[in-house]
Every structure is written in C-alpha cells, then in structure tokens.
Design a protein around this ligand. Structure first.
Ligand code: PEP
Length: 252
C-alpha cells in the first residue's frame, strides 16, 4: 500500500511576521509544479490568519503548533482547537517533546488535546520519542509504546487511521544529530506493528509515521526512502526556503 508522504515544517517560536511572510513566499515560489507529497507549515499562532491567506489556493496546508483542549473559557493565553479550525487550520501538532519537557505536558493531557483536535475536525500530528538516557538503556520501544497507549490507543480504528504520528527522538531534535535511517526504520516498523496488532492490517498500513529530528536537505532522501518512514517533521531546516524545498523534493 502506498501512503502519501507528508513534509511538515515546525517553525517553533521563530520568525517575525515579516520574516514569516518572506519565507512562505520563498517556499511557494519554489514549490515543484508536480508536488506529490502533502506539505504543511506550522507557524506561531500570531501568524495563523496570514498563513491561511497566503496558502489559499496552493497545495500547502496551514498547521498550528499547539492548542488547548477546552472549547472556550477562562484559560488566559490559550487558543482552542475550534478557534484554529474556524481560522482555516488543517493540522495541529500535539505531544511535541518541547511541550512535554518545557511545559510538563503528560500523556493524559496530550490525549485530551488530541481529542480536541479531532473533535474540531483537524488532523493531529502526534509526536512521540525517547530521550538519550532511555535509548542508552535500550528502553525506547516500551517508552514509545506507553506514549501511544496512554494518548492514542483509546481511539477506534476509523479515527486512528487518519492520525499522523511523528517519531521524534529527543536526542535528535535541534541537536544536529540525526537518527540513522536504520534506527528510524526500526522504530517506525515497531510503531506500525503496534498499530497493526491493535487495529489490524488495514489501519496499520494506512497510518502515516513521520520522522523528526535534524532532518536536513542532505539526509531527507535516505530517511524518507525507508519503507515505514512517510515523510518528516522539520524544525530548523524549515526556516530556510531552499533547504525546506530540497526536503520537499526528497518527499516527492
Ligand atoms: C521539531 O521541531 O519537531 C524538530 C524535529 O526540530 P529539528 O528538525 O530542528 O530537529
């Protein structure tokens, strides 16, 4: 079964609106005419409305980096999934390791956010992945399994098949150290086997599993060519149009 690849940019807390506009123009003007993968940009909230406008009528889809699970109310500083959906956002990242570590988000809270994203009608990009300490103890599989079980595995198969999973080993995020293609494939195959075990072959084959962690123009192709790697979630290298375009080409 062939799964459509996704190349998703995560700008994190970078770029002014002016710089963001410039970057989006650069990406749109260099986009291959035959773009065959799904291209997604997750910008800071401030840029959401403009991003949605810029991407209208293009094959690139707007995303958010976060949301709050409650529908509305006294949550100063937060933004709901429904607000994002109504603003035209299609995807929302959840479970990113920076939110888990810096903002102490638990598997239970990420579960609630994922539910809110789905309820609003967006596609979650659910991030999972282990620290270096866990990998050195060779406990990465059970660690990632627990993240999936506690945040996602209560969904039924019809919901699960449309969730995008991003495997992002923490030791590779923003460090310049990339998982080897073999390490990425091994974990992606493990995640797919868990999905197949729980939901059956059809769902196991359908779920897109992205790799994230220092994806760059010069390593994207070999990573994306692994049988269970369905594209990438790209931080640092997505902040430069030429680099991001080269990664899109690798996913095409
Ligand atoms: C990310 O932000 O999800 C990420 C993978 O960052 P980087 O590509 O910079 O490692």
């Amino acid at each position: 079964m062939s799964r459509k690849k996704i190349v998703a940019a995560n700008w994190k807390m970078n770029l002014t609106q002016e710089e963001g506009n410039h970057l989006v123009q650069g990406i749109l003007s260099g986009l291959p005419a035959d773009v065959n993968c799904e291209v997604v940009i997750a910008a800071p909230f401030l840029f959401t409305a403009e991003l949605v406008q810029h991407l209208k009528g293009t094959p690139v889809m707007p995303a958010a980096q976060n949301c709050y699970p409650a529908p509305s109310g006294a949550y100063t500083g937060e933004i709901s999934a429904d607000m994002l959906k109504k603003a035209g956002v299609k995807f929302c990242i959840t479970g990113h390791s920076e939110r888990r570590m810096v903002f102490h988000e638990s598997n239970g809270f990420i579960k609630e956010k994922t539910e809110a994203i789905l309820k609003a009608g967006m596609t979650p990009i659910f991030c999972c992945g282990e620290s270096l300490e866990i990998r050195e103890k060779n406990e990465q599989n059970s660690f990632v399994q627990k993240q999936l079980e506690e945040s996602l595995f209560h969904f039924d198969g019809t919901v699960m098949r449309d969730i995008v999973i991003a495997y992002e080993p923490i030791w590779a995020i923003g460090t310049g150290v990339t998982a080897s293609p073999e390490q990425a494939q091994e974990m992606h195959a493990f995640i797919r086997a868990l999905l197949t075990d729980k939901y059956g072959q059809e769902v196991g084959n359908a779920v897109r599993i992205l790799y994230g962690g220092s994806v760059k123009a010069d390593n994207a192709e070999v990573l994306f060519n692994q049988p269970d790697v369905d594209g990438g979630l790209v931080g640092g290298a997505s902040l430069d149009a030429d680099n991001f375009l080269a990664i899109i080409t690798a996913g095409n």
